[in-house]
Design a protein around this ligand. Structure first.
Ligand code: FES
Length: 120
C-alpha cells in the first residue's frame, strides 16, 4: 500500500459513549474524518489554536500535529491532541471533550490556553 493511502483504526470515546471504530488516512485530519463518519466533535477554530476540540490519548499512540498553530511538546507528553489539525500515525483511542482539562493543563504550565477564563 502506498504510504499516503495508509489508514489507522481510530475509536472515539465521547461522553455519551464509545463510537464505532473508523479508519482514518495518514493525510486526513482526525476531526474531518470523524465528521464524515457522522461523529460530531466540538470545534471552533479548526486551526489547532483554541483547544475546543481537545482530546486525550487513552492507550498511547502517535498523532502528527504539525498542522496545528500552537501545540507544545508538553501537550504531547501529557497525551493531549487536537483532532481538528491532527493526523493519525498509529491506531488510536481518543477520549474527546477534553477542552477544560487541556486548558487547565496549559494554564498550570503558563502556556497559551485560549478561552480558559470562560471556564473558571
Ligand atoms: S477547533 Fe480549535 S484547536 Fe481544534
Amino acid at each position: 500500500m502506498a504510504a499516503e493511502l495508509e489508514a489507522f483504526q481510530v475509536t472515539f470515546l465521547l461522553p455519551s459513549g464509545e463510537q464505532p471504530t473508523i479508519p482514518i488516512g495518514r493525510e486526513e485530519h482526525i476531526w474531518d474524518a470523524a465528521s464524515a463518519a457522522g461523529i460530531k466533535l466540538p470545534a471552533m477554530c479548526h486551526q489547532g489554536y483554541c483547544l475546543t476540540c481537545s482530546a486525550r490519548l487513552v492507550d498511547g499512540g502517535e498523532v502528527d500535529q504539525t498542522d496545528s498553530l500552537v501545540y507544545y511538546p508538553e501537550d504531547r507528553d501529557a497525551g493531549f491532541v487536537l483532532p481538528c489539525t491532527g493526523k493519525p500515525r498509529s491506531d488510536l483511542r481518543l477520549r474527546t471533550h477534553q477542552a477544560k482539562q487541556m486548558r487547565e493543563f496549559r494554564k498550570g504550565r503558563k502556556l497559551i490556553a485560549p478561552y480558559s477564563w470562560s471556564e473558571e
